[in-house]
Design a protein around this ligand. Structure first.
Ligand code: ACO
Length: 351
C-alpha cells in the first residue's frame, strides 16, 4: 500500500501587499526586494477575521471536496505552522472544530518544523497510511506571518520576504502500482537553530544554549518568565534571520536531499516531471534548478505573487500547478524544503 494525494486545495487572503506598499512602512525599495528575493507582492490575512486556522479550513474544504469525500471521512489531522493561533493548544484541534469534526474525536497532530513542516507532515502521514492506521488524512500548512513581522527598518530584511496563506491535501491509500509516495527523506542539524528563529517569547527565561551573539544568557530576563517588558521594549518579539547563512546552506541542502530521494528510488534527475521547492527565495530556487539541470517548465515558482509562506508554500505551489494543468497522472513530482532548524527534506510522489 502506498499513499496518494487524493485532493488538494489552497487559500490565499484577498489583500495584496505590494513591495510599493512596504516602502511606506520601512526603508526599502521595490528594486531591492525583487533583485534579492524575486518577490513582487504577497498576501496578508484580514485581521480580526482570518487566522491560520480559518485559512487552513478554507484550503481543507477544497481538498476534501476534490478527494470526493466529506469532512466526516477524515480520520486524522496534521497541521504544520510556525504561526499558530495560540501558543497552545495547537491548530490541529482548532481546525478539527472549525470543520465541525469534534464529534468524530479523531486525532490531531501539530508539526513545528517551519519551512519543512509540510514535507515532515507528508512523511508522518505516509507512515500512518502505509501501516493501515488511517485512510483519509488531512494535512495542512498554514501561516499568518503578517501578525508577527517587524515593520520597522530594523526588521526589513525578514519582513519583505514573508506572506500569509494555506494549502491542504487529503492523503489516502492506493494500491495502484504507478501511483503514490515513493519515499520521503528528512534531515535536521540544530547547530544553527537561532540563526533563523523567533526566540521570544519562550520558556528559556533569559537562558539558552545558542551562540552568545544572540545576547543570552540575559540575567535581566528572570527565569520562569515567558514574556517580559524588556522583550517588548527592545523589539525582541520578532523573528531573526542570518540571511546569507540560510542562503548558503539552502543551496547545498536542497539539491542534496532531492538527489538522496532520487537515489533511494533508483531514479535520475531527468525522471523528475515537476519540482515543487519550498518558496524560500526565488534566487535559491533558481540556483537549485541550475544545479539540478532542470528546464523552467519543470520547476514551480510562485513566490513572486505570494512571498514565502513557510509551511504553506509547498501545498500552495503544488495546488497552483495542479490547477494550471501542469501535473498529469503518473508524473514524478518532487517536493523539497529547507528551513529553520535547520531542517530539510524531500518527498517523491507519482501523481
Ligand atoms: N530593503 C533594502 N535594503 C535592505 C533590506 C530591504 N528590505 N534588507 C536588508 N537591506 C540592506 C542591508 O541592511 C544591507 O545594507 P548595508 O550593506 O548597508 O549593511 C544590504 O541590504 C545587504 O544586506 P544583506 O543581508 O547582506 O543582503 P543579502 O544580499 O544577503 O540579502 C536576503 C538578504 C534576501 C535575506 C538574502 O540573504 C537571502 O535571500 N537569504 C536567504 C534567506 C531566505 O531566503 N530566507 C527565507 C526564509 S528561510 C527559508 O524559507 C529557507
Amino acid at each position: 500500500m502506498k499513499t496518494k494525494i487524493a485532493g488538494i486545495g489552497k487559500y490565499l487572503p484577498k489583500r495584496v501587499v505590494t513591495n510599493q506598499e512596504l516602502t511606506t512602512y520601512m526603508d526599502t525599495t521595490n528594486e531591492w526586494i525583487i533583485e534579492r528575493t524575486g518577490i513582487e507582492e504577497r498576501r496578508y490575512a484580514e485581521k480580526h477575521k482570518e487566522t491560520p486556522t480559518t485559512m487552513a479550513a478554507a484550503a481543507a474544504r477544497i481538498a476534501i471536496e476534490r478527494a470526493g469525500i466529506t469532512p466526516e471521512d477524515i480520520d486524522f489531522i496534521i497541521f504544520a505552522t510556525l504561526s499558530p493561533d495560540y501558543y497552545f493548544p495547537g491548530c490541529g484541534v482548532l481546525l478539527q472544530r472549525e470543520l465541525g469534526l469534534t464529534k468524530t474525536e479523531i486525532g490531531a497532530l501539530d508539526i513545528r518544523n517551519q519551512c519543512t513542516g509540510f514535507v515532515y507532515g507528508m512523511s508522518v502521514a505516509d507512515q500512518f497510511i502505509k501501516t493501515g492506521m488511517y485512510k483519509n488524512i488531512l494535512l495542512v500548512g498554514s501561516e499568518m506571518h503578517s501578525m508577527g513581522l517587524d515593520f520597522s527598518d530594523e526588521g526589513r530584511a525578514v519582513t519583505v520576504i514573508f506572506g500569509d496563506g494555506a494549502g491542504a491535501v487529503v492523503l489516502q491509500p492506493t494500491d495502484k502500482e504507478n501511483q503514490g509516495i515513493l519515499n520521503t527523506v528528512l534531515h535536521s542539524d540544530g547547530t544553527h537553530a537561532e540563526e533563523l528563529a523567533m526566540i521570544n517569547p519562550g520558556s528559556h527565561g533569559g537562558y539558552h544554549l545558542g551562540p552568545e551573539k544572540f545576547g543570552y544568557p540575559d540575567p535581566s530576563i528572570p527565569g520562569g518568565v515567558f514574556v517580559t517588558q524588556k522583550m517588548v521594549d527592545d523589539n525582541m518579539l520578532t523573528p531573526n534571520m542570518t540571511g546569507q547563512l540560510v542562503f548558503k546552506n539552502a543551496v547545498v541542502k536542497f539539491p542534496e536531499v532531492i538527489k538522496e530521494g532520487l537515489a533511494k528510488a533508483g531514479l535520475e534527475k531527468e525522471d523528475i516531471d515537476l519540482l515543487v521547492p519550498h518558496q524560500a527565495n526565488l534566487r535559491i530556487s533558481q540556483f537549485v534548478q541550475k544545479v539540478m539541470g532542470l528546464p523552467d517548465e519543470k520547476v514551480v515558482n510562485n513566490i513572486q505573487k505570494y512571498g514565502n509562506t513557510t509551511a504553506a508554500s509547498i501545498p500552495i505551489a503544488l495546488c497552483e500547478a495542479y490547477e494550471d494543468g501542469r501535473i498529469k497522472e503518473g508524473d514524478l513530482v518532487c517536493l523539497a524544503a529547507f528551513g529553520s532548524g535547520f531542517t530539510w527534506g524531500s518527498v517523491l510522489v507519482r501523481w
